[in-house]
Design a protein around this ligand. Sequence first.
Ligand SMILES: [Ca+2]
Ligand SMILES: [Ca+2]
Ligand SMILES: [Ca+2]
Length: 354
Amino acid sequence: MNGLLTSYDSLRYFVTNGTGSLKLNNVGNSPVLFPVGSSPSSYTPATIINNGTPDDFRVRVLEGLLSSGDAGIPVTSKAVNKTWLIEETTPGGSDADITLQWNTSNELGSFNRNSAYLMHYANNDWDFGPIQPFSGNNPFQMTRANVTSFSPFSIGNIDAIPGNVKTLYLTVFLENLFNGTTMNKAQGSTGDQFSGTVADHISVEIHDFAPPFALVAGPYMVEMNTDGTAPVEVPAPLSANYYVVVKHRNSIETWSGTPLDFGMPAISYDFSTAISQAFGSNLKLLSGKFVFYGGDVNQDGVVDTADITPVDNDSAGYLSGYLDSDVNGDGIVDTGDMTIVDNNAAGYVGSATP
Ligand SMILES: [Ca+2]
Ligand SMILES: [Ca+2]
Ligand SMILES: [Ca+2]
């Protein structure tokens, strides 16, 4: 459209539920609001500042988000359920700050606003860029600067796109289960708790490399084999440096020594090869391997008397099975478990985090 837009607000705006878009001319370095929504009851405007060569822009917002921008399967969680189609009239020359606005009612399940990205579908893939802070409180706003190419945009977490994964090959040894060579298989009330070569389950999280080290992806429940290998499927768009955090039901939470470079099709990391593989050198050397400290039965990040109590109680009750108090994983709670807790409590063992 040409002319001046006036008298628009969250109740009076352009509903782009057809094929049309709102075109505003000569967008330059002052903010230009595109008052659009995908229905009469859902106002989700975009604002553009173009620090490059001024150009005319078109904006349309669609209900829903698809795995390949304007095609593919619907994204059903971890994102804002809208797609903003933004186009410049003359290709090239723009350097735009794009701000998108949404409401709580537009958020799909499990969406984490604190580790969200303003995603842009370009060159046949979603480009996430860095984590962006949000502002406002229903409606919320998020801005991404220095955008130079256009079309589908949305807001989501890095694992929003289903099936778009790559593998993180972790190797983890736990003091609790280590027998000097491999890890014993955790026992339940009727023998091996897990089938095949699986020793136990661990939980893996991917955290931002910079304060406040936000959770970027996960937690993933991962099978850890008796040889320590624990492959994890992580979101393929992870391309920056991230801390990898491993938790286990009765071991000390342990962070990678440094943020790992995820800019590869596959990533490998072995916690057991050197003490520096864990943040704060928080590993114990046993029979030539660096293992995670054990005995954090109540998972509060330290080994102390609060972990001794449940082991004492369950031991006095002759409890058996797949229990957190069964520190050494042999299916029985007894003095063998108390030894690990006692030793690490005496050593003031606790988790080390950046
Ligand atoms: Ca242009
Ligand atoms: Ca504890
Ligand atoms: Ca035991």
